[in-house]
Design a protein around this ligand. Structure first.
Ligand SMILES: C[S@@+](CC[C@H](N)C(=O)[O-])C[C@H]1O[C@@H](n2cnc3c(N)ncnc32)[C@H](O)[C@@H]1O
Length: 238
């Protein structure tokens, strides 16, 4: 490890409410030399920045890291290598940097890609993840529904996964949070109906932002809701 090199912090900003940022993240934001945020066509990254801005000293430089919204692995690799090189340049100047991300940095976050790419270029780089409150945790609190108790098992599933894969997880567990429940909402609604789980499901959208809403049952939920939407599924009410 190089002691003259700065540290890259992956900071979880929580799902929306700026009061749900941890004290540790606030302390780090107050002291870093630069803030990085991923720029993409999806707006969760600018939301992470908006949450962080309330905790940032006025003159902290903010650098947006571009990455393409593509599934082309070569294009993604190139973009993340370039972003990692830019980040390392900052660290090698002895400056500390924070990469801000929605929710938790180790859960469905672009920080995972950046972390891997930085360490691939320099295995001795100082990279620290600071956990954040995840969207399913905040959704459970808002909906008044426990995620798991006693011997129950709980799973986090991506709504963009194949229907069969989601079905298999739901069959295996007592409780689940289905993230990324926006474009695929009709498909998930059909699956939950088929499994007899639709009426008791909680649809939670735009937590901590204007338009926050919770629906019990998916019957009244629009077919193409906000990107900031998830579904809590619980086999036993509670
Ligand atoms: C790429 S994942 C990011 C997860 C995040 N890293 C976390 O730890 O919660 C984006 C998904 O998280 C969920 N999500 C994030 N913020 C949310 C919010 N404020 N309200 C509802 N769902 C949210 C949605 O399912 C969204 O499609």
């Amino acid at each position: 490890m190089n002691d003259t090199q700065g540290t890259l912090y992956g900071l979880g900003m929580g799902p929306g409410d700026p009061d749900l940022v941890t004290l540790k993240a606030v302390k780090i934001l107050a002291g870093v030399d630069v803030v990085f945020a991923a720029a993409s066509t999806k707006n969760d990254y600018s939301l992470a920045l908006a949450i962080a801005s309330g905790h940032l000293p006025e003159n902290t430089p903010v650098v947006r890291l571009d990455f393409p919204m593509t599934r082309d692995p070569a294009a993604l690799q190139r973009a993340w290598r370039a972003n990692a090189a830019l980040t390392l340049e900052t660290l090698r100047q002895g400056r500390d940097a924070a990469f801000v991300t929605l929710g938790d940095p180790m859960t469905y976050s672009t920080f995972g890609y950046l972390r891997r790419a930085v360490l691939a270029l320099d295995p001795a780089a100082k990279v620290v993840a600071v956990p954040g409150i995840t969207a399913p945790q905040a959704a459970a609190a808002a909906a008044g529904q426990t995620l798991a108790e006693s011997g129950e098992s709980f799973a986090v599933v991506s709504g963009v996964a194949e229907t069969g894969a989601i079905r298999a997880v739901l069959q295996a567990v007592d409780s689940a949070a289905i993230l990324k429940a926006y474009r695929c909402l009709p498909r998930i609604r059909d699956l939950l109906s088929e499994m007899g789980l639709q009426e008791n499901a909680r649809f939670v959208t735009k937590l901590g932002m204007p338009g926050e809403r919770i629906n019990v049952g998916l019957g009244d939920v629009e077919d193409n809701p906000s990107y900031f939407s998830l579904i809590l599924v619980k086999k036993q009410a509670g």
